[in-house]
Write a protein that binds this ligand. Structure first.
Ligand code: TXA
Ligand code: MG
Length: 344
């Protein structure tokens, strides 16, 4: 299959490209598109056959459900049984990087929800994503547009690398601002459980709801055979092919370890911008200032992909702190590292 690349730099000047991509969605095809979090791989969420194509293009296990995307928070009602808690969340955080899991309506086939009676709904704030959904006139099911298990794509070139010739089109709308996937919460009566940390922070959610439960899989390792609340949490994820080791310790100790390692072994080092001059490794990947976890999140997946593209045998990076967006960084990095943490 030939994959068309549709470059959009100005939404109003390029509206014909959005209409063209929406036609592909309407006739059951696959279109990758930018969102404020990561690129998504979209298909009509109400079309069972179309959404099945997503699973084969990604190589995704069929029990791992998809998030459906709407252009207006009120449209969730067409696909899920919404309630007061949803309205409160929608008012505070939508459009934006938040996904809410609610009971499913029959408009969404079970093949989209991995057989679950719940459905995950998100209203992205990215203007290209929003325009595509609106023009398609349906909800768009979209996982991250990477091959299953590899780091999520935050730039069109990442999507091209993973999806070229597997899907109908890729909308190139530049790089994604947030860089890690949306926050996922599950609603159950008046209980709110955080299943995946993301752009909307635990602190922001707690500010509105008081108490928010955090699913154990967010920071911990699943016990063998344990079933996570979110099926995706049981799969190896975000992982470069080369092993990643996270370093825990004071900044000085981590830097000392990185310096020693780069002389002793063929390693790539993902470091803070401030450390770049002190390290000078040929496989050095600065990914943001040390006090700017938002910049680190924005660059994380690109850094993992770049580290993987070197000839390194091993990748080292700092173990992030878990405050604010840091919790999302921690969650992605600890899973990319398969929970390998080295105290230094
Ligand atoms: O930011 C995002 O959320 C991106 C963009 C494209 O919107 N999408 C995304 O989709 O990250 P994906 O498929 O890579 O991750 C969706 C996660 C999976 O871990 C899946 O198991 C979980 O959401 N999920 C989806 N529906 C669920 C449900 N009904 N119950 C529990 N977990 C669910
Ligand atoms: Mg994903």
């Amino acid at each position: 299959m030939k994959t068309e690349i549709l470059k959009i730099s100005d939404l109003s000047a390029d509206s014909d490209k959005i209409r063209y991509a929406a036609e592909i969605i309407k006739r059951g095809g696959l279109v990758a598109f930018p969102t404020e979090t990561v690129y998504g791989l979209g298909a009509d969420a109400t079309d069972e056959l179309a959404s099945k194509k997503i699973y084969s293009a990604k190589g995704r296990p069929s029990d791992n459900p998809l998030i459906i995307h709407v252009s207006n928070p009120e449209d969730a009602e067409k696909y899920a049984y919404t309630d007061k808690l949803y309205c409160k969340l929608a008012k505070a955080f939508m459009p934006g990087p938040l996904t809410v899991i609610m009971p499913r309506r029959d408009t969404i086939p079970l093949s989209v929800t991995g057989g679950l009676e719940t459905v995950a709904v998100r209203c992205p704030s990215h203007p290209v994503a929003n325009a595509l959904i609106r023009e398609s006139g349906t909800a768009i099911a979209a996982p991250s547009a990477n091959i299953s298990g590899s780091p999520s794509p935050t730039r069109a070139e990442h999507v091209i690398r993973d999806m070229d010739s597997r899907i109908d089109a890729i909308i190139d709308g530049g790089s994604c601002d947030i860089g890690v996937e949306s926050t996922i919460v599950k609603l159950d009566g008046d209980r709110v459980t955080l299943l995946r940390p993301g752009g909307v922070t635990l602190e922001q959610l707690s500010g509105i709801f008081g108490s928010v439960e955090v699913a154990p899989a967010v920071t911990g390792e699943l016990a063998p055979g344990e079933r996570p609340l979110s099926p995706g949490m049981k799969y190896r994820h975000y992982a470069p092919c080369c092993p990643l080791v996270l370093l825990e310790g004071s900044e000085d100790c981590v830097l000392r370890f990185m310096r020693h390692a780069q002389n002793a072994e063929k390693c790539a080092v993902i470091c803070y911008d401030e450390e770049a001059d002190l390290l000078r490794n040929e496989r050095l990947i600065p990914f943001g200032s040390k006090d700017d976890p938002a910049a680190q999140a924005e660059n994380l997946f690109d850094a993992l992909r770049r580290a993987d593209a070197t000839d390194a045998d091993i990748i080292y990076a700092h173990l992030p702190a878990t405050k604010g967006i840091g919790l999302a960084l921690y969650n992605r990095m600890i899973r990319a590292a398969a929970h390998t943490v080295k105290k230094v």
